[in-house]
Each structure stands twice: as C-alpha cells, then as structure tokens.
Design a protein around this ligand. Structure first.
Ligand SMILES: *Cc1c(COP(=O)(O)O)cnc(C)c1O
Length: 366
C-alpha cells in the first residue's frame, strides 16, 4: 500500500497500565493514578445531576455547531460566537491545525520537552520539526524566534508547559508575538489555564484583538474534570476560525459531552474550589522538595516535576508497587525527575510517604 513515508516506524500512543491491571499485578486493594493530570476532585456535582437526569435521544446526530455550549462559552470569555472552534479534546484541535497548515516543505517550531502531540501531528503531516530546548524549564522564546524563517507555518507555545509547569513570562510572550511574522500561526496551548494563580498572568484572550495570527487552546479535560467527555476549544479572530473550521469533522462532540461541558462551565465555584485545593497541594510538594533538598519546578498547573536523584524508571516501578501511578521523566525528556499530578490532600500525603520509602530503598535518602 502507498502509506505516507513519514508513517514508517511511527508508534501509536502507549497508554500506561490500567489501574485494574496494576491492582492485579501487585495484589493491591487501591491504586491512585497521578499520571495524566486529571482533576482529583472529579467534576462538579451539577454535572452528576445533569448526567442522571438527561433524556437525550442518542439516535440522532448532535448539534454540529454546539450552539448551546458555544453561546455560553462566548459570553463567559467575552468573545463572539464565531471566534470559537470546538474539538474532541484539544488534541483534536492540534490535529486540525496541523492538518490545515503543515505539509512537506514547511517547518514548525516548538519547545522540547513539551506536550508531545505537536510533534506527533507535525511528523504525520510531513513538516520539518524544529525543537528548541527549554531554558531552566521555560520556553526559550528568543531562540524560538531565531528559528523562524520564510518556511515556518506554526509555532507551538505551551503555557503552563507540560511537563515542567512553567508559565511563559507575560512580557516575553507579548514581545515574541510582536516579533513573529503575520503569516506564521502562533498556537498558545493553555490546557491548565484554570489553575494559573501567578498575578503577572494576563488573560490571553486579550491578545487576540490585536493579533490575527494567534490562537488560544483550552480544554474541559483538566480543571473541569471532564477528560472522558473529550471537549476542547480554540479561540481566535473569526477569520482564522473560519479557515480552520472546514477541517473539523461535522459532529466531533457528542450530545452528552456538549451538555456536560455547558453545565460544568456554569459552576465557577467548583473551579475556584479546585484552584484553592491545587494551591494547597502544591504547597505539600514544595515543602517536601525543600525538606529533602530535591529540585522542583515552580508549577502553574496541577502537576509537579520533581527531582528524584535516581533513575526515574526505578522510582516509577517502586511507586507502582506501592499503589501510585505517576510518570517517569525518562519518558518525558526529563530524566532524574518524575511528573506527578497534584492530588487531594490525603493522596499527596500518602504519596509523599511512599516516595520517601522508595527513595530510601534507592539509597537516595539515608
Ligand atoms: C492534557 C493536555 C492537552 C489535551 O487535552 P484534551 O483536551 O483532553 O485533548 C493539551 N495540551 C496540554 C498541554 C495538555 O497537558
């Protein structure tokens, strides 16, 4: 068959062990997954009520324009309805952008390490990938700007960056966007927007008015706790959205997903409570890192990248045997570190106890 050349040797996304598998393997009663930055508090109780009471006819197609959700979201963001594009998760929007703009002969610029889907999609679409090493965990925007040439189609920015958690400095971001040529699309992936507490952060939606080449990505998967429903969205000037929209599958969000996201959007007090809980969980990790002299990046997300001073794969294995699934930095391009989703107060406490045990076994701690 006539496969695209670039598919040669490509591997599918490797899902981690399921919690049931791990339970069986190690004879554990409970297993806590702190690996995918899902919300440890789940979702709003209003969403539970909606799910119990919904009477949706699943025999008919969903509203392909997601009108109800679109109207509410536009209002809450203070933008026009035609400035929004919905995806089956923001993963799908990354794919749409890639499909619309990337092809052999063009290049695309991103940080490394960062969210792997930018690279993955760019490779499938045959574009040259230019990766710029992070500097102390942060985007090196000067070098990224240097890398732009007449063949650059898309620059990907992830803020807070997954896996380091660092926010892009507001001043540097604005300077960078001024510098980027108008014909280059700047994607600003803000999957963890709702968790940001840094007072210097300015809502990126305000950047869109003056820049027709910027698109902001957000999602209902992280703070809203709806990862299983697959709803992400993009915000940009209406002309940009109109160019991207033909790439979208016509019915890419289910009826139930649209309904759940709409209900979740209306419960801002839940998000506020999650942000507060996340801040206090962050403090637990910070205190631990300070006490044990381990480096931790200052995170603005609901996850931490923590130094372990040992082979991160060994630490991963040790923690799994004790009932916690996290991510080894070896798989993320940050060897010597683990990425852990901030859990509930009790989960964090138990996790940090187990981590101490594992690091003692590894002779990192005396
Ligand atoms: C989780 C994550 C996404 C994907 O989110 P979905 O909306 O569930 O597809 C996108 N970008 C970053 C940086 C993420 O961490």
């Amino acid at each position: 068959m006539k496969w695209k050349n670039q598919l040669t040797g490509m591997k599918p996304y490797q899902p981690g062990h399921s919690t049931d598998e791990v339970k069986k393997m190690f004879g554990l009663d409970t297993i806590v997954k702190l690996a995918s930055n899902e919300n440890p508090l789940g979702f709003s109780i209003k969403v539970s009520e909606f799910l119990e009471n919904q009477s949706i006819n699943h025999a008919i197609y969903p509203d392909g324009y997601a009108s109800g959700l679109r109207q509410a979201l536009a209002k809450s963001l203070g933008v026009d309805q035609n400035q929004l594009l919905f995806g089956n998760g923001s993963d799908e929007i990354i794919m749409m952008i890639s499909r619309a703009l990337l092809q052999p002969g063009v290049n695309t610029i991103m940080a490394t390490p960062t969210f792997p889907q930018y690279r993955h999609n760019a490779v499938i679409d045959g574009a040259e990938v230019r990766e710029v090493q992070l500097k102390n965990g942060a985007h090196d925007l000067q070098e990224m700007a240097q890398q732009i040439d007449e063949n650059t189609a898309v620059v990907w920015l992830c803020s807070p960056n997954n896996p380091t958690g660092l926010l892009i400095d507001q001043h540097e971001l604005e300077e960078f966007i001024q510098k980027v040529p108008k014909e280059v699309l700047v994607v600003l992936d803000e999957a963890y927007f709702e968790y940001i507490t840094d007072p210097s952060y300015k809502n990126s939606i305000t950047l869109l008015k003056d820049h027709d080449n910027v698109i902001v990505l957000r999602t209902f998967s992280k703070a809203y706790g709806l990862a299983g429903f697959r709803v992400g969205y993009a915000v940009a000037q209406k002309e940009l959205i109109a160019r991207l929209d033909p790439v979208r599958e016509p019915f890419n969000n289910t009826v139930t997903s649209q309904g759940a996201a709409l209900v979740a959007l209306n419960d801002s007090s839940f998000i506020e409570a999650c942000r507060i809980q996340n801040e206090s969980g962050k403090k637990q990790f910070e205190d631990y890192a300070n006490t044990h002299n381990l480096h931790m990046y200052p995170t603005q997300g609901n996850f931490v990248l923590l130094e372990v001073k040992a082979d991160a794969d060994l630490v991963f294995d040790g923690l799994m045997k004790k009932g916690f699934i996290i991510r080894s930095g070896n798989a993320l391009g940050t060897p010597g570190y683990i990425r852990v989703t901030i859990g509930t107060t009790q989960q964090n406490e138990e996790f940090l106890q187990k981590l101490t045990d594992v690091l003692k076994d590894a002779e990192v701690f005396a």
